[in-house]
Ligand binder design. Structure first.
Ligand code: CUA
Length: 367
């Protein structure tokens, strides 16, 4: 009875109405390929498990020691036929499983050809940055992709303080840490980088993000929608807060999104937003960029360890995609980052309530 209840509780614990991060519901061809490998391997393993454990339990009960039993059964050591059989059989099974496994590994590791979207994904402590070199877009927390098109992701880990060049329209794309030539020394700040792992269960398997190395992964979504992702490798205090979303659009909607992201942020700010912009230029610019915004001395504002905020209001989430972009959340975050995220690298500038309102008013202009 107790065993049954425990088993039921364990099974029930796997149920959730909104469990979106399931590898068992692939939503694209690359996830489907992994799933198509998983299913036969699972059944092979399940059948072997049932046979082996079934025989084990049968023998344990059938030949157990009984009271008043004094006879010791004949002691047998070694049976050449059996030994050969149970050496060869698993070898054949494993060799059989290896054939589709290795084929799938090679398939998934190959760089897709044809109409491919390339995105550099930079893993920070504790948020994801998305750099589209061909589109010259730099964004964070939400990876926008078109449906029906392979997205070739290049993953690299960067340390706090690494500033991803904010793309400017017109000139050559500024290479990010993910694009340096293979033998070039990584920027100094990358030395403080740590390992992460990129995972969107519905779209692909996982891929580790390793400092000093670039790894690759291809994802693709069949249908428009939002696919939840998260860091899957312990990477420090706020590892659990390192989430992201993949937003898949129809190709037309994706082109629209690209055009919106390429447009400069609004320059006309007035009233409290103007006061907020002045505060932003004295404090937030230490880490955050807004394309087109210049400091008091006319220098462009660069992303230096924090997300590029140029089109912040076009995003649904911030803070490693754990908070919705709302005035209340932005206020809470600016007022006391450490209370929202343990170990946050975002400093508390000790702004007054009025100053925070002004900064939030300015952020609201970044559409
Ligand atoms: Cu990044 Cu865990």
């Amino acid at each position: 009875m107790v065993l049954g209840l425990v088993a039921l509780a364990l099974v029930a614990a796997a149920c959730a109405p909104n469990a979106t991060q399931s590898t068992l519901e692939p939503k694209g061809p690359y996830a489907q390929q992994s799933y198509d490998l998983f299913v036969p391997v699972f059944w092979v393993a399940a059948v072997i498990f049932i046979i082996v454990e079934g025989l084990l339990v049968l023998f344990v009960f059938r030949y157990r020691h009984r009271k008043n039993q004094t006879r010791i059964p004949p002691q047998v050591h070694g049976n050449t036929r059996l030994e050969i059989a149970w050496t060869i059989l698993p070898t054949l099974i494993l060799a059989g499983v290896a054939v589709p496994t290795i084929a799938t590994i090679w398939d998934l590791a190959a760089k897709p050809t044809g109409d491919v979207l390339e995105v550099n994904v930079l893993a920070h402590q504790w948020w994801w940055e998305f750099d589209y070199p061909d589109q010259r877009i730099l964004t964070a927390n939400e990876l926008h992709i078109p449906t029906g098109r392979p997205v070739y992701v290049t993953l690299c880990a960067v340390g706090f303080g690494y500033g991803t060049p904010v793309p400017s329209q017109g000139g050559p794309p500024a290479p990010s840490a993910c694009q340096g030539p293979p033998d070039s020394p990584p920027p100094a700040a990358i030395g403080a980088a740590v390992i992460h792992s990129f995972w969107v269960p519905e779209l692909a398997g996982t891929q580790d993000v390793v400092p000093g190395q670039t790894n690759h992964l291809t994802i693709q979504a069949d249908e428009p929608g939002v696919y939840e992702g998260q860091c899957k490798e312990f990477c420090g205090l706020s590892h659990a807060y390192m989430r992201f979303k993949v937003v898949a659009h129809t190709p037309e909607d994706f082109d629209r999104w690209v055009a919106e992201q390429q447009a400069p942020a609004s320059s006309a700010v007035a009233g409290p937003a103007q006061a907020g912009q002045a505060i932003f230029l004295q404090t937030c610019v230490a880490c955050h960029a807004v394309a087109g915004l210049e400091t008091a001395t006319g220098q462009p504002v660069l992303a230096n360890g924090g997300p590029n905020l140029t089109h912040l209001m076009s995003r649904g989430c911030f803070r490693g995609c754990t908070l919705a972009v709302t005035d209340g959340n932005l206020r809470r975050w600016i007022a006391d980052p450490r209370s929202v995220e343990a170990g946050s690298f975002m400093p508390d500038y000790g702004l007054s309530s009025e100053e925070i309102d002004q900064v939030v008013a300015f952020l609201n202009t970044l559409e």
